[in-house]
Design a protein around this ligand. Structure first.
Ligand code: BGC
Length: 766
C-alpha cells in the first residue's frame, strides 16, 4: 500500500472506534465536510456525530455569563450541521442490511488521497444467508466544492432477487453537544429551521434558515441509477424537511447495481441565491458522466501533490501519517475569502468550527510555501474582518488599533472565558507575523499594498495603545501568551517579542511601499504618517523582553519563575490533560505549561536571542510542559532539530505526525487537529530541513534522524520552485522552476542556479 492510501481492514464496530472513524474518514474540500458515518446508521443506543458542515456557515448562540461584568462576550458563533444526506438504507428480500446483524465476512475502509475519495467495502451475509458485496465511495469534490457524491454499489454473491434502496435527505438536523466537555458545544440548540421542501426535475430541495444569524442554506439531492434497466420501481416522497427516494432493484447474482447520490450545498454566506444556484449546479453536475467528476478530482490532486511533494524515506507508517496530515490541510482549508480553517477543519464539531491563531502560526506556513492563492485567501479573510478587529479593540478600551478575536467565525469574539480567550492578544501579532512571512516568501508587495500592510499597521497601533512605559522600557501587561496554563500576566515573552516584530514591520512595510511609490492607499486608509512610523520603531527598540541572568533563559513572563514547580514527570495518566481535572486558578499558580510558548517565540524570532539562551530556555521549558495542547510537540520537535538534538526531535515529531491516526489525545472523535497537522509539516521543513525564510534571505540547515534514509520536500520561494533532497550523505537543492536564488546552507552562501549538492554535516546546530 502506498503512502497515499489509508486502509482499515475488518474494522472494529466498537462505538468509540466508529466515532473515531467518522473523523478519520471524513470527506471535505474546504467548503463542505461530511463525517464518515455509516449510510445505514448504527444500532439504537450508539452515539454518533452525523454531521455535514459548511466552512464559515454559522449561527449565533447565547452564552450567558453568570456575572455580567462589562464587555464580557455573551454571544458566540457556531458552525452548523446543515443537512443529513448520508443516509442510504438497504433491504435484501426484506432483510435490512446492518453490520451489527448477520455476518460481516470481510470489511475495509479506505481513504485514497490521490483519487480524493473514501470507500467502505463490506462482504456481508444476511441472517437468512444472502451474501452481498457492498461498496460505497464518497467524494467531496475539489473541483466544484458544493458537490458531495456517493456511489452505492451492490453485488449479490449467491442469490438472485430484489433489493430495496432508500436514499434519505434530511434537513431537520442538530449539532452535537456534550455538557461535560469544554471543547465542544455544551447545550442542545435548534439552529436550523426548515423553510421549504420541494421537488424539481426529480431532485429534492430543502431550504433552511438559521435561527439567529439570518443565513440560509439549500441542500439539493438527486439519485440516479447507473444501471436503470435493473430498477423495477422508484418513488420520491416528500414531507417538511425530509425527502426519501426508494428504488426497487432487480438483483442478478454476480452483477453490480450502482446508485449515484449527488448532494449540492449552497449557503448564503457564499452564494447570492442559494436555491437557484444549487439547482444550476446540480443540473450541470448530473449532466456529465460521473467518471468525469472522478477524473477531475484526480487531476486536481495530481497538481496538488506535485507542488507540495513531501516524503520521508525509510519509515512507511510515518510517511503515510505525514501525507495524511497534508491531505487534511487541503480538505480543511477554505478556497475563498469567506471562510478560513477551523481548529478541527470540517471533520467535527470540536471548538465549534472556530478559527484560531492555529491558522496563522501553524497552517499558513504550509500554504505560503506551497499555494499562494490559498495563503492570500487566508490573509484576505483577516482583512475582511479587520473592521471587527477594530471594533473589538474599542470594546476593550483601546483608542486605536485592531485586536483580532481569539476565536471566531465571522469576526467577533466568541470566547466566553476571557483569561485564555480575549486576553490572548498575541493573536494580533500572529496575524501580522503571517502577513510578513507571506511577504518574505513571495516578495508580493502588491498584496501588501492591497491589504497586508494595513493589517500590520493596525495591529502595530494596538501595541502602542496597550503598552506602557516604565523606566525607559515598553511593557505589555495583563495578557495571555500561547500557554493557556498561565494566564493574565505581565510581559509575556512571546507576546512582547511579537509586538516588537509587528511594530518594526509596520514601519518597514510602509517604507517599502513608499520606496515603490505605492504607499498612498495605505496612508489614505489608515492616516499613517512618517512620524507615526518612527514612533513604531522607537517603541519597538524599547520593548521589554524578560531575561533571567542566573538561569540564562527568557522567563515566560514577569512572574513565571516565582511560581511553584509542577512535577510534570509525575502526572498520572488519569490526571491528563490537566485542564479537565484542575481548576484554572490552580494551574495558573504553578510553573506548568500546556504548550510551547517561549520555545515557539524562539523559533519564529530566532534572531532575537543568543543560541545559548535558546538552548537553556528549551531545556527549562521542556521540564514544565505537558503538551496537553496538540500545538506543542511539533514546536518542541523543530526547535530540538535546530539545537542539534536530532533524536529528541525525532521523538516529538512522531508524536505530532501520528497524533490523529493514533488518536493520541483521545479526542480525535471530535475532529482532527489541523494546527498540529501543519506543525508536522513544519517539523520536516523547518525542523529537520532547517529551512528559514527571513529578511536576510533563504537558508537551510538540514539534519537527518538515524531512523530514516532520507527525506525531501518542495516549496515556493519568490518566483521559484525549489526541491530539497536529503540523504545520509548529501543535501541536494534543485531549482525546479524560476530564476536563480541566493541560499545559505550551514551558514555558507551559495547561488542556486540549477542544482547544489553538498555533504551532510553531522551535529548541525550544535
Ligand atoms: C490550544 C490553543 C489552540 C486551540 C485550538 C487549545 O487547546 O491551547 O492554542 O488555539 O486549542 O486548537
Amino acid at each position: 500500500m502506498d503512502k497515499y492510501t489509508l486502509c482499515a481492514e475488518d474494522f472494529s464496530l466498537d462505538n468509540q472506534e466508529l466515532l473515531l472513524g467518522e473523523t478519520l474518514f471524513h470527506n471535505a474540500n474546504g467548503y463542505l465536510g461530511v463525517r464518515g458515518c455509516f449510510e445505514e446508521g448504527y444500532p439504537q443506543g450508539f452515539s454518533q456525530v452525523r454531521g455535514t458542515y459548511i466552512n464559515g456557515f454559522y449561527d449565533f448562540a447565547y452564552m450567558g455569563q453568570a456575572e455580567k461584568l462589562h464587555g464580557l462576550v455573551e454571544e458566540k458563533q457556531t458552525i452548523l450541521n446543515v443537512a443529513d444526506t448520508q443516509t442510504i438504507t438497504l433491504k435484501l428480500e426484506g432483510e435490512t442490511f446492518s453490520m451489527f446483524e448477520g455476518t460481516v465476512m470481510k470489511s475495509r475502509r479506505v481513504l485514497d488521497m490521490r483519487k480524493g475519495i473514501t470507500l467502505r467495502e463490506i462482504w456481508w451475509e444476511s441472517p437468512g444467508g444472502r451474501q452481498v458485496r457492498i461498496k460505497i465511495t464518497r467524494m467531496a469534490s475539489f473541483v466544484d466544492t458544493s458537490l458531495f457524491l456517493v456511489r452505492y454499489e451492490l453485488e449479490p454473491l449467491n442469490f438472485d432477487g430484489t433489493a430495496e434502496l432508500s436514499s434519505v435527505h434530511k434537513g431537520d438536523v442538530k449539532n452535537f453537544f456534550d455538557p461535560n466537555d469544554p471543547r465542544v458545544a455544551g447545550e442542545e440548540i435548534q439552529h436550523i429551521l426548515i423553510g421549504e421542501t420541494w421537488e424539481d426535475g426529480g431532485a429534492s430541495y430543502i431550504l433552511s434558515n438559521t435561527s439567529k444569524s439570518g443565513k440560509t442554506v439549500c441542500s439539493a439531492v438527486k439519485n440516479a441509477a447507473e444501471e436503470p434497466e435493473q430498477v423495477e420501481a422508484h418513488g420520491l416522497s416528500l414531507e417538511k424537511g425530509l425527502a426519501r427516494e426508494t428504488f426497487r432493484v432487480k438483483l442478478v447474482r454476480g452483477k453490480c447495481f450502482r446508485l449515484l447520490k449527488y448532494t449540492v450545498l449552497c449557503d448564503s454566506c457564499h452564494f447570492a441565491d442559494p436555491a437557484g444556484q444549487a439547482k444550476e449546479k446540480l443540473e450541470a453536475l448530473t449532466a456529465q458522466p460521473a467518471k468525469a467528476l472522478y477524473e477531475g478530482q484526480e487531476r486536481y490532486l495530481d497538481a496538488f501533490w506535485d507542488t507540495c511533494e513531501i516524503d520521508v524515506n525509510g519509515d512507511g507508517e510515518l510517511n503515510r501519517a505525514l501525507t495524511y496530515n497534508v491531505y487534511q490541510l487541503l480538505q480543511s482549508v477554505t478556497k475563498d475569502r469567506y471562510g478560513n480553517i477551523a481548529a478541527k477543519g470540517l471533520s467535527g464539531e470540536g471548538y465549534e468550527g472556530h478559527y484560531f491563531w492555529d491558522t496563522e502560526m501553524y497552517i499558513l506556513p504550509f500554504f505560503t510555501l506551497t499555494n499562494r492563492e490559498i495563503a492570500r485567501n487566508l490573509i484576505g479573510y483577516r482583512y475582511q474582518i479587520l473592521e471587527n478587529a477594530r471594533e473589538n479593540a474599542r470594546q476593550m478600551g483601546h483608542k486605536q488599533g485592531a485586536l483580532y478575536p481569539w476565536r471566531t467565525i465571522m469576526g467577533s469574539e466568541c470566547s466566553g472565558y476571557f483569561p485564555s480567550g480575549t486576553a490572548a492578544y498575541h493573536i494580533s501579532g500572529d496575524v501580522a507575523y503571517s502577513v510578513v512571512a507571506y511577504y518574505l516568501a513571495s516578495g508580493d508587495l502588491e498584496f501588501m499594498e492591497q491589504c497586508g500592510a494595513e493589517i500590520v499597521v493596525e495591529t502595530a497601533r494596538l501595541w502602542m495603545d496597550l503598552g506602557c512605559w516604565y523606566q525607559g522600557k515598553f511593557h505589555i501587561n495583563e495578557v495571555t501568551g500561547p500557554d493557556e496554563y498561565t494566564c493574565m500576566v505581565n510581559n509575556n515573552y512571546y507576546t512582547n517579542a511579537l509586538a516588537k516584530y509587528n511594530l518594526i514591520w509596520a514601519a518597514k512595510l510602509y517604507g517599502r511601499l513608499k520606496e515603490a511609490g505605492k504607499a498612498d492607499g495605505l496612508a489614505e486608509r489608515t492616516g499613517l504618517t512618517d512620524g507615526e512610523a518612527e514612533a513604531f520603531v522607537k517603541t519597538a527598540e524599547a520593548v521589554f523582553l524578560p531575561y533571567d541572568e542566573e538561569l540564562g533563559i527568557n522567563p515566560q513572563d514577569d512572574s513565571f519563575l516565582q511560581k511553584k514547580l509542577w512535577d510534570v514527570s509525575a502526572i498520572p495518566e488519569e490526571d491528563k490533560p490537566l485542564l479537565l481535572h484542575h481548576h484554572p486558578l490552580e494551574l495558573y499558580r504553578y510553573q506548568v505549561c500546556k504548550q510551547a510558548d517561549t520555545v515557539l517565540a524562539h523559533f519564529i524570532l530566532e534572531g532575537e536571542e543568543a543560541l545559548e539562551t535558546i538552548r537553556k530556555s528549551y531545556a527549562y521549558y521542556e521540564k514544565v510542559t505537558t503538551h496537553d495542547s496538540s500545538l506543542s510537540s511539533c514546536i518542541f520537535s523543530l526547535m530540538a532539530a535546530r539545537l542539534g538534538m536530532v533524536e529528541k526531535a525525532y521523538g516529538y515529531f512522531g508524536d505530532s505526525a501520528k497524533m490523529d491516526l493514533y488518536n493520541a489525545h483521545k479526542n480525535t472523535k471530535d475532529g482532527i487537529h489541523t494546527a498540529n497537522m501543519g506543525g508536522s509539516y513544519m517539523g520536516i521543513v523547518y525542523g529537520f530541513g532547517g529551512l528559514r525564510i527571513r529578511e536576510q534571505g533563504l537558508s537551510l540547515r538540514p539534519c537527518l534522524p538515524k531512523q530514516w534514509e532520507g527525506y525531501h520536500f518542495r516549496f515556493l520561494y519568490e518566483d521559484s520552485v525549489i526541491e530539497v533532497r536529503i540523504s545520509r550523505e548529501t543535501c541536494a537543492v534543485t531549482l525546479l522552476r524560476g530564476t536563480e536564488k541566493e541560499i545559505v546552507i550551514y551558514d555558507r552562501p551559495y547561488v542556486l542556479r540549477d542544482r547544489i549538492e553538498i555533504p551532510m554535516e553531522q551535529g548541525a546546530g550544535e
